[in-house]
Every structure is written in C-alpha cells, then in structure tokens.
Design a binder for this molecule. Structure first.
Ligand code: SAH
Length: 476
C-alpha cells in the first residue's frame, strides 16, 4: 500500500474502536494519546478497557455498530479479532468514506498506523507502508534515544513566544531565521538543560536583536558541496542547505545534495559546463548581492571546495564590496576525493612532501603554459601534482611536464566522476599519456594525479585500471 502521511484531528467526533479484547485495548491506548475520549463498540471489555470506561476515557457502544455509529468518524479501527465482523466494519467504513484500519489485514485498511515517537507538542510518525514494520520500530527506538525528552517543553515555550515574535519580527525569511537561531542556539540549549529563566531571557534578547538596526539584511554562505556523493557533505553544509531561502548551484553539484534543501527553497542552476552556456560570473555576483539585500539567506553551492578553482574569491570580493555578511563552508575537493577513492596518500614519507593543485586550462580555454609554476623544481622535488579541468588537455600537459624533466615512467592516475556511482579510474604513465592523447578515454569531470604516489595503490586496483598493455609494462 502506498500511503501519504498526515496528522488527523480528533476535535469533533471521537474515533471508534470495534472490539473489546486485548488487541482493541492496545489500539485504544494508542488513540488516547491524543483523543480525550475513544468510543469502543463491544459486548465485553477486558479489564484495561473497563477501567478506562470507569475513568471516562472510553465511552461504550453496543457491539456490531451500524452506519449511524460509523458515519462522520475521524477514523475507525476494527479489532474484534473476528474475521467476518472486521470485514463487515471495514466495508461499511469504506462505503462511508471513513478511514479504517484492521490490524494485520492490509487489504482491509485505508490507512496504516505509523510507529510514533511522542514528545507532546512534537510528534514523529514513521511509516514504511506495510513493508517493514520492524524497520519502523528500529527507527523509532533510535529516534527515542536521539530526541531530547524535554523537547516538548521547548516547543511549548516557543508557542508562548509565538505571538510576540509575530508582532515584532517581520514574517518570511527574517522570522524563520529568528526561530532557527533560537532552536539551534543557546536558548534551546538552556531550555533542554532545564534552565527556563535563562532560555526566556535569551529569547527576549534575540527579539531585540532581530528588530534592531541592520536586522533585515540577509547573508550569503559559500558552500562546498563536495565531489558528488552526498555523504561527503559536511554537517555544516547540510545545515546551510536547510537554512537557505535560495540556492544558486553549479552543474557539478551531485544529485542527492540538493535533497537537503528545504522544500520551499528556491533552487537556481547557474551553469557551468565548460564551453556550454552558463550565467556569467558578474551576473551571479549581482544575484547574490541582490538576494542578500532583500533579506534572504542565500547559499552559493559549488562542487568540491568553493576556494579551489571555484571562483569563490571573485564572489567574496563582490559581497565584501557591498558589506554583506558572508560565511564560508569548506568542501571535499575533487582531488582529495579521488585520492581517497584510489587509496593513495597525497603526501607520503620519502615519496611526496607537497601537493600542487593546478588547472589544465587557461582562462582563455587554451592549454596552460604553466608559466607561473617552477616545473623543473616540481620535477626534481618530491611533489604530487593534481590537475583539474585537464580532460581535453591531458596529453599536452603530460608533454609539457616531460619537457620540464619529469621522468618518463612516472605513474599517472585519473579519476572520472570521483565518489559518484559513475566513477571510473584509469592508470597510465606520463610518457604513454603524452604519446597517446586518447589513451585514457576520459570524460569530464575528471582529475589527473601525477607523481610517485600514483604508483602506490593496492596492486589489485591498478591491475584493473591500466590503460593499455604498454602502460602495464611501464608500470612494472
Ligand atoms: N571547486 C571544485 C573544482 C571546480 S573546477 C573542487 O574543489 O573540486 C571543475 C573541475 O573539478 C573539473 O574539471 C574536474 O577536474 C574537477 N572535478 C569536480 N568534480 C569532480 C569529480 N566528482 N570527479 C573528478 N573530478 C572532478
């Protein structure tokens, strides 16, 4: 059964449980967590139900309820444990359009009961349709441990302040930001620790601050999305995505990363495929500035790390010039992710003492001259060179390095789509790459790692990925 989660109100008519046995008692107890009264239609009541009836929480109806007892109910649970009677009640409820559940009989149900974590004002309902109730129960146990027992008190306190905040703090992004700061900050912490006076004082203070000067301006977070695998996002990046009103993202941002955005957030793609149309950098800068000035929390989401070939510096300059609040959230850059996937250390005692990140493209789209690099020193020293944006220029880059004195047998590893499902790894040597431009068969995005450390992966890894027989011999 495919289902959609909702929370049902019991204001109006009480829910109906048909049956008076143990199973009916379990379901009644569950409904009483929210319903002031549950009506139970049964000939006899087990002691638990009888006690609830005495206490006024259960109202007794005659057994075998008819149309008049079922019509207009928020929901009905048929738990008579008598197959014919449960089937009858289910058919009647469905005919009347009343949601009905029969425990362990999915074919007779129009709704399922979720596993529930109850923190008073805060309720978490876990559904796995009917496929995996055990999984739902395990999740529930985990959430029970994770969700603070005083969460209810915190929610109630927030409820108390709600009116005042609505009066003082403008609606939309400023107000959402206000509440985020309360729930993530010292006020919530104080409340959960049981220090209510401190929590109240902190919220008062936050209200003053939110209505003070400059409070209406938003901010921009430059966030590294990592190489693609959402698990390589930092916790800060996830928090930034959840707080964003608008997210301007690059093409290289992996699927699954944007799933962390709020449902209401505006998602705006801004390029950048090499050679393909994309929003010009100056326009991106202007968009970031305008949205922050309008009071929004703006996330500029970039593949890898924002400050490695990400033009993060230019955006930073533009934002600083306008006096906009900025936060930087670093990300796992592609070269680091590639090394992790290949299990090669980028620095290694005796083998490599430094790492150099370079671009395989000039800004003009040409292959690089590397005039700014002391290639001879890199060739002589123990260095690892990681080339970004080098797919189309890989062979020319290898040629240039050979001319500068890199040894011909130097191992080279390339990783395409590092950390994604489509990841591909190829091994070659610098001489083979210079001689056979197509030998790696690479597609963008990919990084190339030149250096002795590229000869270090576990032998099984290299065997599988050697570009050619010739390279295999050279790898030795
Ligand atoms: N800021 C990014 C780099 C942007 S430049 C970072 O820190 O990773 C774009 C280049 O990054 C691509 O041409 C490619 O060389 C590299 N790249 C980005 N994602 C990659 C991935 N998943 N696998 C391999 N290379 C990647």
């Amino acid at each position: 059964m495919r289902t959609f989660p909702i929370f049902v109100s019991f204001d109006g008519r009480p829910p109906l449980v048909v049956g008076g046995g143990e199973l009916a008692a379990i379901k009644t107890r569950l409904l009483l967590k929210r319903a002031p009264v549950v009506e139970v239609a049964a000939m006899e009541l087990v002691p638990e139900l009888a006690k609830l009836a005495e206490a006024g929480q259960v109202a007794r109806l005659t057994p075998q309820p008819g149309i008049d007892q079922v019509r207009g109910r928020p929901l009905v649970i048929a738990a008579t444990e008598d197959d014919a009677e449960d089937t009858r009640v289910s058919a009647m409820a469905r005919a009347l359009g009343v949601p009905v559940n029969v425990p362990d009989r999915p074919e007779l149900c129009t709704f399922v009961l979720p596993a529930i974590v109850d923190r008073g004002e805060v309720t978490v309902a876990i559904g796995t349709a009917t496929a995996a109730p055990v999984l739902a129960q395990r999740l529930r146990a985990w959430l029970e441990r994770e969700l603070h027992p005083r969460l209810d008190a915190l929610a109630k306190l927030a409820g108390e302040f709600r009116g005042r905040v609505a009066e003082r703090v403008p609606s939309g992004p400023p107000r959402r930001r206000f509440w985020e700061a309360v729930f993530e900050g010292a006020a919530a912490e104080a409340m959960l620790e049981g220090d209510e006076p401190k929590a109240r004082a902190l919220i008062d203070e936050a209200i003053e601050k939110a209505t003070g000067e400059g409070a209406s301006q938003g901010r921009v977070l430059l966030v590294g999305a990592g190489p693609g695998d959402p698990e390589l996002l930092t916790m800060k990046a996830v928090r930034a995505l959840k707080s964003a009103d608008v997210i301007f993202y690059d093409r290289l941002v992996g699927d699954g990363v944007l799933d962390h955005a709020r449902r209401e957030a505006e998602l705006v793609p801004v390029g950048k495929a090499k050679g393909a149309h994309s929003v010009p950098q100056s326009e991106i800068n202007a968009l970031l500035v305008a949205r922050a000035k309008a009071g929004q929390t703006v996330v500029r989401l970039k593949g890898g790390d924002p400050f490695i070939f990400g033009r993060g510096g230019e955006e930073l300059d533009a934002l600083r010039a306008e006096g906009i609040a900025i936060e930087i959230v670093p990300g796992v850059t592609a070269g680091i992710a590639a090394a992790a996937s290949l299990q090669i250390p980028l620095t290694h005692r005796d083998v490599s003492h430094s790492v150099t990140f370079v671009s395989g493209h000039e800004a003009s789209g040409q292959e690089p001259g590397f005039e700014y690099l002391d290639l001879a020193a890199l060739a002589a020293g123990k260095n690892t060179l990681i080339v970004y944006m080098g797919v189309t220029t890989a062979s020319a880059v290898a040629q240039k390095l050979l001319e500068a004195g890199f040894r011909t047998g130097l191992p080279v590893l390339a990783v395409e789509n590092a950390s994604r499902d489509t990841e591909r790894r190829v091994a070659t040597t610098i001489a083979a790459l210079a001689a056979h431009p197509e030998s790696l068969g690479l597609k963008s995005p990919a990084v190339l790692i030149f250096g002795e450390v590229a000869g270090l992966p576990a032998s099984g890894v290299v065997e599988d990925i050697l570009a050619s027989e010739e390279v295999k011999r050279a790898y030795g």
